[in-house]
Design a protein around this ligand. Sequence first.
Ligand code: SF4
Ligand code: SF4
Length: 313
Amino acid sequence: MFAKEVKKPGYEMAMVIITKNKEQKCRFILINVTNVEKPLTTAAFASLAKNKVMVDCDVDAADLHILLHPEIKEKFEFKGIPKANISQEKCTRCGECAKVCRYDAVILSFSSSYFIDKFSCEGCRVCMYVCPAEAISMEDNIAGQWYISETKYGPMVHAKLGIAEENLGKLVSVVRENAKLIAEKENCDLIIIDGPPGIGCPVIASITGVDIVLIVTEPTLSGLHDMERVIELTKHFGVKTCIIINKCDLNIDMTERIEDYCKKNSIQLAGKIEFDPIITESIANRKTIIEYSDSKITLNIKNIWEFIQNEFK
Ligand code: SF4
Ligand code: SF4
């Protein structure tokens, strides 16, 4: 059901998930911040948490590196779905492949030759099977890269998906799995994951097996709606879920509605963050709010971090 959901722009909520491994050695947090202050919570927790691995699972629009300044130590290619390719030498221009492609990925050029639009090809191989001239083959497709890096807050695993490439959660799983290996090898207590937005495959891949999801929402109708959808998902997977209301003072009525929703649905409120331009200022200066300012909001985020830690006790 969830895999059919289409990611839409303009989410006004964010999500943090925390999880422990079976040996109780590592705990995982997924943070999914979907507004313009996306790296705020994750990066702030990165500054506060001890002995952890950072992970950016929002591979479509990774941005944790903006605040954590990772130094890349290892770089790997991520192979996506293989794409069809037509050999012009073998092709007889019969047009059968174009007839069967449901994704309109077979294009007839002005010079009457057929070729594959790689961005539209879904790798289903139907064209390859129907081609009477055996002119179509499937080719490896490098869909992105993933990295193991070092930051001043500890190791970080992150990735970059290529333009118009499908994620489908595979790259998220690769990144998460490698973060777990590093955490086990280096005996880390915690894995903090900056998760993707929405409720589709990348989110499911991000929250699988985690301990706590922390949703950071904003007091708007769409913020409430997006939050409800994520809560539906976390309930489905039986993952503990908490809420942070960001910019809570900008719409008091809506903040109260979110709080009421949490009470009625037995969802814990981890904390509220008031609007403060210093957050944008800290991001513009490429620093976490913890290192940038000692303001009320910084104390607020520290208290939220305390709350999350207590949830593990
Ligand atoms: S089915 Fe094969 S031979 Fe026919 S147009 Fe397509 S690639 Fe060329
Ligand atoms: S592999 Fe599938 S999607 Fe890609 S061109 Fe062939 S029929 Fe179309």
